[in-house]
Design a protein around this ligand. Structure first.
Ligand SMILES: CC(C)(COP(=O)(O)OP(=O)(O)OC[C@H]1O[C@@H](n2cnc3c(N)ncnc32)[C@H](O)[C@@H]1OP(=O)(O)O)[C@@H](O)C(=O)NCCC(=O)NCCS
Length: 188
């Protein structure tokens, strides 16, 4: 039987030498993966990007990234190795992105998600992402619609409180000390 217990991961900034592992996850998680070169460009040329990886036992189990532009955080990707899903790795990654965005004083966060990607939509709804608009036939591989999800009030005390509460719940579920303090490994 698959292990479905919560898995505590260490989250740190993505490096170029992570990309082979990251790209294995990318190509199995997405039907329209980015070109490998795009990840290199994100890490070396895009000053607005922030990318992190989630590691357990020294192995990369997931990654996530976003662009921080003019006070808005645009989540570009978040993916977890198939064998490690439903173990709160995705949520740890998302919460870390949110915490980075808050630290950088973003007032809004948004992303596009496929209409039928219900696991991802459920994850985002936990953090108050709400549907704003539909982009019809946005994805070229199967012409699936994209739904733009957005949180408008990320700079509010209310949102920060909700994230702190979620962080505490995650920490308890993972049975570890508050891993948000583990910032020595996350300089993003
Ligand atoms: C979306 C994704 C990152 C979630 O990662 P994960 O590690 O499995 O997520 P978590 O274990 O942290 O789950 C958090 C919550 O997400 C939702 N969720 C995750 N997987 C789900 C599934 N298969 N069915 C329904 N809800 C799901 C649930 O609300 C879950 O909480 P619950 O387990 O208490 O119900 C992962 O499914 C993935 O990599 N998908 C492929 C790439 C992708 O679609 N990325 C999103 C692009 S917008």
């Amino acid at each position: 039987m698959d292990d479905i217990s919560p898995l505590a991961v260490d989250i740190r900034e993505m490096r170029l030498d992570d990309l082979d592992h990251v790209y294995c996850i990318e190509t199995s998680a997405y039907s329209n993966p980015w070109p490998f070169q795009s990840f290199i460009d994100e890490l070396t040329r895009n000053h607005w990007s922030r990318y992190v990886v989630a590691e357990a036992e020294g192995q990369i189990r997931g990654y996530a990234g976003m662009w921080l532009i003019a006070g808005e955080a645009h989540i570009t990707n978040i993916a977890v190795d198939y064998s490690f899903r439903r173990r709160m790795v995705g949520e740890q990654l998302l919460l870390r992105l949110i915490e980075i965005a808050l630290a950088e004083e973003c007032f809004s966060m948004f992303l596009e998600v496929r209409r039928y990607n219900l696991p991802a939509q459920r994850l985002y709804s936990r953090y108050r992402f709400k549907p704003i608009r539909v982009r019809e036939k946005y994805y070229q591989d199967n012409l699936e619609d994209a739904i733009e999800l957005r949180v408008e009030d990320t700079s509010s005390a209310d949102f920060a409180d909700a994230c702190r509460a979620r962080r505490a719940a995650l920490t308890a579920a993972l049975g570890k000390e508050d891993f948000s303090d583990d910032d020595s490994s996350c300089r993003v």
